[in-house]
Design a protein around this ligand. Structure first.
Ligand SMILES: [Zn+2]
Length: 54
């Protein structure tokens, strides 16, 4: 893929996380995830993973 697209994807997914419970994708600061302050809007879970798994 072109580097432009890679850069755009990096920007898009940089602060994006997916709720492990309901798979809802959210924009969150990584610090909030690590400190446990992040909450899923849909299911109130605080269990998240980064969007890009591989
Ligand atoms: Zn959720």
């Amino acid at each position: 893929m072109a580097t432009k697209i890679a850069a755009a994807q990096n920007r898009l997914y940089k602060n994006a996380f997916v709720c492990k419970v309901c798979k809802h994708k959210m924009k969150l600061e990584p610090l909030k995830i690590l400190s446990g302050k992040a909450r899923c809007r849909k299911c109130k879970s605080n269990d998240f993973r980064p969007v890009r798994k591989k």
